[in-house]
Design a protein around this ligand. Structure first.
Ligand SMILES: Nc1ncnc2c1ncn2[C@@H]1O[C@H](COP(=O)(O)OP(=O)(O)OP(=O)(O)O)[C@@H](O)[C@H]1O
Length: 246
């Protein structure tokens, strides 16, 4: 069954508008007839589809459009053009710390995050111990979120996202933050989530990790879809491209 389908998805950013330059400069430039905005296509004509249990690895150089594409699939941003269908509950881990309140404790944030993902308090009560256990943050339950290290923050975010059993799991470079031991444990957890039928999208700069985990790979460059296909083929082409670029 198709879970995620993107048809000719493009995303345009506008730069130099009044939110960028401030109201004062906007008025001055407007009066002088010098006000111009720039368009920038961060994602340009991307199409692919994923089925239940697929793990898509997304690769590409800095600025290729990977995070922007994940924001669109998560529903945080609307695509400028194209058609998309995403079926099921989504748990996404994008920029570290988004969706958390620094002043609240680890415990309070876990419930808050659960509520934001659409789960009831009853469900979260049942899951809470398991989440804290997995994150290894038992001693820190009553600490404020802002007092955690960045590795700890990402461990908490990852534990919540994986343990609420989402249909679609979206992960942006999160596994690179935790330490080696947690990374291994989280890879095993992801394999389990996928086995239970979740569809996962993972952005990673580690080609080894993508080769190990993904069954499909999307390669983006400057917003364009260079290739979408099976892991070995796309990773081999991307690795050759990186070698040539050096
Ligand atoms: N809010 C924004 N306004 C304007 N341009 C943006 C905005 N966010 C991102 N961009 C631009 O869009 C392009 C794609 O950015 P994106 O963060 O999606 O790339 P990425 O592939 O995730 O990069 P990285 O590997 O460095 O994290 C970049 O050129 C970036 O500068």
């Amino acid at each position: 069954m198709k879970k995620v389908t993107l048809q000719n998805i493009s995303v345009r950013y506008i730069t130099g508008d009044f939110t960028d330059i401030g109201l004062k400069d906007y008025v001055i430039q407007k009066l002088k007839r010098q006000y111009h905005v720039k368009e920038f296509w961060a994602v340009n004509d991307v199409s692919f589809s994923l089925e239940e249990g697929d793990l898509l690895g997304i690769v590409g150089s800095n600025g290729a459009g990977k995070s922007t594409l994940l924001k669109v699939i998560s529903g945080i941003m609307c695509p400028t053009t194209g058609k998309m269908s995403v079926e099921g509950t989504i748990a996404s881990l994008l920029e570290l710390g988004t969706g958390f309140d620094g002043e609240l404790t680890v415990r309070e944030n876990t419930f808050l995050r659960g509520a934001m993902l659409g789960y009831t308090r009853e469900f979260m009560n049942k899951k809470y111990e398991e989440i804290i256990d997995f994150s290894g943050l038992g001693e820190f339950q009553d600490r404020r979120f802002k007092q955690l290290s960045s590795g700890m923050k990402s461990r908490l975010a990852f534990s919540i996202a994986c343990l609420v059993n989402p249909d679609i799991l979206i992960l942006d470079e999160v596994l690179s933050v935790g330490d080696g031991a947690f990374r291994k444990k989280s890879e095993r957890k992801m394999a389990e989530v996928i086995k239970n039928g979740a569809t996962t999208l993972l952005v990673s700069h580690s080609l080894d990790q993508i080769r190990r985990m993904a069954n499909k790979v999307l390669w983006l460059d400057k917003g364009k879809q260079i290739e979408f296909g099976d892991t070995k083929t796309v990773c081999d082409h991307y690795a050759a491209f990186l070698k040539e670029k050096k």
